[in-house]
Design a protein around this ligand. Structure first.
Ligand SMILES: [Zn+2]
Ligand SMILES: [Zn+2]
Ligand SMILES: [Zn+2]
Length: 142
């Protein structure tokens, strides 16, 4: 699924004349593989496995570039920046006790991108997370 967005990004970068360096491609491939809400160190570790000469600065810059261009999303989570690709669209189930994050593919928000609400507010997207207790934490609580 995620290889679609990766090739779309590479195509867009090529069209804009961005240099598709090996470290940049490694960061992109790493981000596509790490899944939900990866911190920079996790992306860095995997990117280096894919291309050992990938530098940490390139990881930061590429992630921020992806966020600016709308390909990726960034969350601040207790002072830690977390990233993931924005497509395919999905949401998260977040355990408030242990921080476990699960992917939730159902989207309950009926308002589409490009819709205008409340007298002219143009909707470009949405964020949603469901908070609660994961199965393990539910068992501990009893
Ligand atoms: Zn996710
Ligand atoms: Zn939990
Ligand atoms: Zn949604």
């Amino acid at each position: 699924m995620s290889f679609n967005i990766v090739s779309a990004i590479l195509q867009a970068w090529r069209a804009r004349g961005r240099r598709l360096t090996a470290p940049r491609r490694a960061v992109l491939a790493a981000l596509a593989r790490v899944g939900c809400r990866a911190d920079v160190q996790t992306v860095y570790r995997l990117a280096r496995r894919l291309y050992p000469r990938t530098g940490l600065v390139t990881v930061y810059r590429t992630l921020e570039l992806l966020v600016q261009e709308g390909w990726a999303e960034r969350w601040e989570d207790g002072g830690v920046a977390r990233y993931e690709l924005a497509q395919p669209h999905h949401h998260h189930l977040v355990c408030v006790r242990c921080g476990f994050v699960a992917r939730w593919d159902r989207c309950p928000v009926p308002v589409r991108r490009g819709t205008k609400v409340k007298g002219g507010f143009l909707v470009t997207g949405h964020r949603l997370e469901l908070l609660g207790y994961c199965r393990r934490c539910r068992e501990v609580r009893r």
